[in-house]
Design a protein around this ligand. Structure first.
Ligand code: NAD
Length: 368
């Protein structure tokens, strides 16, 4: 089959890690007989330097026209001026907004070979395999009024937490759809004891649950969810949460895996397929990126871990191109290479062969 992808490497280690993901993609193309038409675009700091904007029109065009977008990371000290009119992050935020990517998916799995890299006790990590679904375009980060002003009694500031029934319905459904293809347990996170939006969230989640009788739903208050993630992380299958809670919980969950360099993410405008958990072979554009930033402290040294980006590529194959076997081949290649003892520096805590970014990409591609 033929597919078109936009590749947006960005800044810092972004180009290093996306180059390795493309190497793995080429191996997938050879093994499974697919043609991938790749178009590269600039975004973030390097785009500001070239064009004065963090999201050039051409980048937006190739991203919207593609079947899916693979993104590295943006930012760095060169563009860190808080008063600057354009900032590297404007690129990625603009892309998410324009493409309507309301669902952010972050799987967190602890590779047995890496259990020693996590700060959490090893016995707690056994069987950890969850996916956190975060609402990405609504709530406290976007709703108006959002402002700061002076009064005779000092400054005041306000942010607004607003959700519509439709916004809650569509993100909770993404959670249920994912749960259908997994262990059929959905944890819906809210703060229904205090927040009106929390009560609406719980009401809608309970209503949507009727369409998914095979999935067991539990409602957990966000403060309790934060605690349970550390106490019994293996309990969770799919977690769904609004934007702010999801932001905090996804960072907390990422600690379980040991290194920022290991974790992938997907931002989607919905999941392909209907209410059965069986996905159709329809292409659904989405944006795939590792959860880490541009890591300026190690940029250009050839030591960044490309696995988070390579696993993001696996998510791209699965969710946007419906290539499940190909996605599994990439994930198995990563597991195999880790089991054989290959390590980049960030995950070398338990010994093993320390190799660079390019070598890690090559051994994973070789196993595909
Ligand atoms: P970071 O994720 O870039 O780095 C945090 C630490 O983790 C650093 O010590 C880094 O060396 C290490 N690290 C990150 N990825 C790694 C990898 N693949 N392999 C090995 N080590 C890795 O976060 P930061 O330092 O807070 O931010 C650096 C820049 O990235 C900032 O400009 C920030 O705004 C930007 N940022 C961008 C994104 C994005 O593009 N989506 C996300 C977060 C931060």
């Amino acid at each position: 089959m033929e597919f078109s992808l936009a590749i947006l490497p960005g800044d810092g280690i972004g180009p290093d890690v996306t180059t390795e993901a493309v190497r793995v993609l080429e191996a997938v193309g050879r093994r499974f007989g697919h043609d991938f038409d790749l178009k590269q675009g600039s975004i973030g700091g390097n785009a500001i330097d070239k064009t004065g904007t963090a999201l050039p029109e051409e980048t937006l065009e190739i991203s919207q026209a593609a079947d899916a977008v693979l993104f590295g990371a943006v930012g760095g000290p060169k563009w860190d001026d808080l008063n600057a009119k354009v900032r590297p992050e404007d690129g990625i935020l603009g892309l998410r907004r324009t493409m309507g990517l309301f669902a952010n998916l972050r799987p967190v799995k602890v590779e047995p070979a890496l259990a020693n890299s996590s700060p959490i006790k090893k016995d707690r990590l056994e069987g950890v395999d969850m996916i956190v679904v975060r609402e990405l375009t609504g709530g406290l980060y976007f709703a108006k009024p959002k402002k700061r002003w002076r009064t005779s009694r000092g400054q005041r500031a306000v942010d607004t937490l607003r959700y519509t029934e439709q916004e809650i319905d569509r993100i909770v459904r993404v959670g249920f759809e994912l749960a259908m293809g997994r262990r059929k347990r959905l944890t819906s996170v809210d703060k229904a004891n205090v927040l009106e939006t929390g009560r609406l969230w719980r009401e809608i989640a309970t209503r949507v649950a009727k369409d998914y009788p095979d999935v067991e739903i539990e409602h957990v208050l966000v403060d309790n969810a934060a605690m349970q993630l550390i106490i019994r992380p293996a309990h969770f299958d799919v977690i769904v949460a609004e934007n702010t809670f999801g932001d905090i919980l996804t960072d907390e969950a990422s600690v379980l895996s040991g290194s920022l360099g290991m974790l992938p993410s997907a931002s989607l405008a919905g999941l392909p397929g209907g209410a059965s958990g069986k996905r159709s072979r329809r292409k659904v554009n989405g944006l795939y990126e590792p959860i880490h930033g541009s890591a300026p402290d190690i940029a250009g040294q050839g030591i960044a871990n490309p696995i988070g980006t390579i696993l993001s590529l696996a998510m791209l194959l699965r969710y946007s191109l419906s290539l499940d076997d190909e996605a599994a081949a990439v994930e198995q290649a990563v597991q195999g290479v880790l089991a054989e003892g290959y390590r980049t520096r960030d995950i070398a805590g338990d010994g093993g062969d320390v190799i660079g970014t390019q070598q890690m990409g090559s051994v994973i591609a070789g196993r595909v």
